[in-house]
Design a protein around this ligand. Structure first.
Ligand code: HEM
Length: 681
């Protein structure tokens, strides 16, 4: 009893640290407290910080509604002053006449999936043969799909407003925190996004501002008054168009238009960890004990570091060697990648102890199968309810009431898992508004050690040093579980809006929001109004018809930017909607994200809840997989982490208090002890 009281006391103390440190952490943060509305540069902390920089630049007064009109005059198409700016039409074919390098080839499944019995037991590496009737479904290097046919704006009389202008005028810069979702939730979301799709701009010039006429280039002209242009004198942001099947060697398509290509498998199969092709997979495997390659530094295992031997680090001297370079964008996503890599090896080592007769291949496949199953469990049962709403997820068949050892057989062979263009180029990217401009290293007592600026670590080799020094890795885990994600709204943190991908020694960077808007055009996405209607909302004939979903203030801005409600783009209109109950998306974006995630599970023959005696789990194993959590993965794969809340996607509270790692439920691998003759040996 005495011990219980003592332990409870420690927890309460820790929790009060968490609460007090969280508020201290938020109030002391030097970045991200920008202004509401159109104010670009009036925030005090931001100004003070910039004034402290060695190269002082005069800060232009904020852009408010009256001077927005001046902006609009400069940049709306009817006033278009610069013919090379991006407001000209968007043909669906980039029609690259001269491919500088090897052309991209679409993925092709084998002639007969059943020639290889492995396809009955385990997922292939490129996603082929998951569906035995349509073996090409979900294969890496494949077409995106569409909810609605594309609409390239040159088919319309009215061209579109400049993407940066929309970003500056419609989106504020206030970083308010979510009321309970942590950074871990945002970070998991990005990992999920990377698993589902990846466009490629292969072959495009490095700098589209230098070659604006190149068919793959659609650079974004920078409005003169915006902070990047004003402070740097730059007039352009480089933007390259994504490759479509018109630029690749692909099986013939029945579509009357060219379609963009995604280079990763569409299934939720940890392809960013294991690779999307046998060649990528060979590079990550050790071919011993079922393990994946690691580098061993300071007594811990890390993602292997490349010294740019194959040019995989671009202009950098070193980088993490990963199948998906997007997983090294920030320290926090590299951390998740490291956790899943360590988890694979932990599983392989445990399985080897339980099943000494298993060879490397069997250990690798079984560890991969469990790792992916845990990833899917965490995604659907822990993460989806927080982003899409638990009721929505249950009503729409994304999750089922958790009877621990019950199978769910919702497999549907007719469902194609390919990413919808509307999902990847618009809806899921709305989550970019959740990114805070900083990330925190947090000490065991939950005080914040250090708060680091996002753009200081964006795709920088310094991340490697940062993660492996002292207990930074574990401090960053505590940070992910303690720092709140940014509130999902019509504000974009300045680190994303003006400093994104900032190069060393440069004060400003680029604007991810304007890239998202431009990407929607590159993909020729159907209009906001069309997708609204598709999703069961009322079509807007008049501006006022948006009023049930979008605030009057934003509608009045949309009217200034677009000629009619039909011209409003999905990326823009969808991102301004009031959220659906419990969800982080408005009804249109929720409809798209929900459909995609439903397809991902129903199309997957290997989804972890399937009852399949060849490729599935036994009932007892399934009950164990259901115990998996991100907290469990953190505890098993960190070195100095002792306390964590059971649901790391939610800020610690009375029902989700800090627990000793020993009390976090773990998957009992003894259920994988194999007493039968081994199939593969
Ligand atoms: C620090 C966090 C993040 C950064 C720095 C980041 C950055 C980026 C960048 C640079 C792109 C490519 C833009 C383009 O050229 O079109 C992108 C694409 C994308 N992002 Fe993010 N992102 C982050 C978080 C997220 C989150 C939280 C989600 C969703 C929950 C997400 C979903 C997506 C999707 C769906 C794509 C398109 C993938 C495709 O190519 O098909 N991102 N992101």
């Amino acid at each position: 009893m005495g011990l219980h009281i003592l332990v409870l006391g420690v927890f309460l103390q820790l929790f009060s640290y968490v609460v007090s440190e969280q508020s201290a952490l938020l109030s002391s943060c030097p970045y991200g407290h920008g202004n509401e509305g159109f104010n670009l540069d009036t925030d005090h902390s931001d100004r003070e910080r910039r004034n402290a920089q060695p190269f002082q630049l005069e800060v232009r007064p904020s852009v408010n509604e009256p001077n927005l009109d001046v902006f609009l005059k400069d940049f709306l198409p009817k006033y278009n002053v610069n013919p090379s700016s991006v407001t000209s039409g968007w043909l669906d074919l980039p029609s690259i006449e001269k491919q500088p390098s090897e052309p991209i080839k679409c993925g092709l499944p084998p002639q007969n999936c059943l020639n290889d019995s492995l396809n009955l037991h385990y997922r292939s590496i490129d996603g082929s043969c998951n569906n035995l009737l349509y073996p090409e479904f979900g294969i890496a290097i494949n077409r995106y799909r569409r909810l609605l046919p594309p609409r390239y704006v040159d088919q319309h009389v009215q061209a579109v407003p400049n993407a940066r202008l929309i970003s500056l005028s419609l989106y504020g810069e206030t970083t308010k925190t979510d009321s309970y979702r942590t950074m871990a939730a945002m970070q998991w979301g990005q990992f999920v996004a990377h698993d589902i799709s990846q466009l490629t701009t292969k072959g495009a010039p490095k700098d589209c501002c230098a070659e604006p006429q190149h068919p793959q280039c659609k650079p974004i002209a920078l409005p003169r008054g915006g902070p990047i242009a004003y402070n740097t004198g730059k007039s352009c942001l480089s933007f390259a168009r994504a490759i479509s099947d018109a630029d690749a060697i692909c099986p013939k398509s029945d579509l009357p238009y060219s379609e963009k290509l995604s280079v990763v498998t569409s299934y939720l199969d940890l392809s960013s960890l294991y690779g999307n092709s046998p060649a990528q997979n060979r590079r990550v495997r050790l071919f011993k004990g079922g393990l994946l390659r690691t580098s061993y530094v300071n007594g811990q295992h890390w993602v292997p570091v490349s010294h740019n031997e194959n040019g995989e680090c671009g202009s950098k001297s070193e980088c993490y060697s990963m199948p998906d370079r997007r997983n090294r964008f920030t320290p926090t996503i590299a951390l998740l990648h490291t956790i899943l890599l360590r988890e694979h090896n932990r599983l392989a080592e445990q399985l080897a102890l339980l099943n000494p007769a298993y060879n490397d291949e069997r250990l690798y496949q079984e560890a991969r199968k469990i790792n992916i199953a845990q990833f899917q469990k965490i995604t659907y049962y822990d993460w989806v309810p927080l982003f899409l709403g638990r009721d929505y997820a249950q009503l729409n068949g994304l999750i089922y009431p958790e009877e621990s050892n019950e199978f769910v057989n919702d497999y549907d062979e007719s469902v194609n898992p390919s990413a919808y263009a509307e999902f990847s180029a618009a809806a899921f990217r709305y989550s970019h508004t959740q990114i805070p401009g900083w990330f925190s290293l947090v000490a065991p007592n939950r005080s914040s050690n250090q708060t680091l600026r996002l753009s200081d670590y964006f795709e920088r080799p310094e991340t490697i040093q940062l993660l492996s020094s002292s207990d930074n890795f574990d401090a960053l885990i505590r940070g992910l579980a303690t720092q709140l994600q940014k509130r999902s709204d019509a504000n974009v943190d300045v680190e994303i809006k003006h400093y994104f991908n900032r190069k060393e020694f440069q004060e400003y960077g680029a604007d991810l929001k304007s890239f998202d808007i431009q990407r929607g055009r590159d993909f020729g996405l159907a209009s906001y109004n069309d997708v609204r209607e598709f999703c069961g909302l009322r079509r807007a004939n008049y501006w006022e018809d948006f009023a049930a979903e979008i605030s009057g203030e934003k509608i009045s801005l949309l009217r200034k930017l677009y000629a009619s409600p039909d011209d409003v783009e999905l990326t823009v209109g969808g991102s301004l909607e009031f959220h659906a109950p419990e969800a982080l998306y408005g009804p249109t974006m929720l409809c798209i994200v929900g459909k995609q995630l439903l397809n991902s599970r129903r199309s997957d023959r290997f989804f972890f809840e399937r009852d399949n005696h060849l490729s599935g789990f036994s009932r007892t194993q399934l009950a164990e997989i259901r115990k998996a959590s991100l907290a469990g993965l953190f505890c098993s794969n960190a070195h100095y982490l002792h306390y964590i809340q059971a649901n790391v996607f939610v800020f610690p509270n009375g029902r989700n208090s800090l627990l000793n790692c020993n009390d976090i439920p773990q998957v009992d691998l003894s259920k994988w002890q194999d007493f039968r003759a081994q199939i593969m040996n």
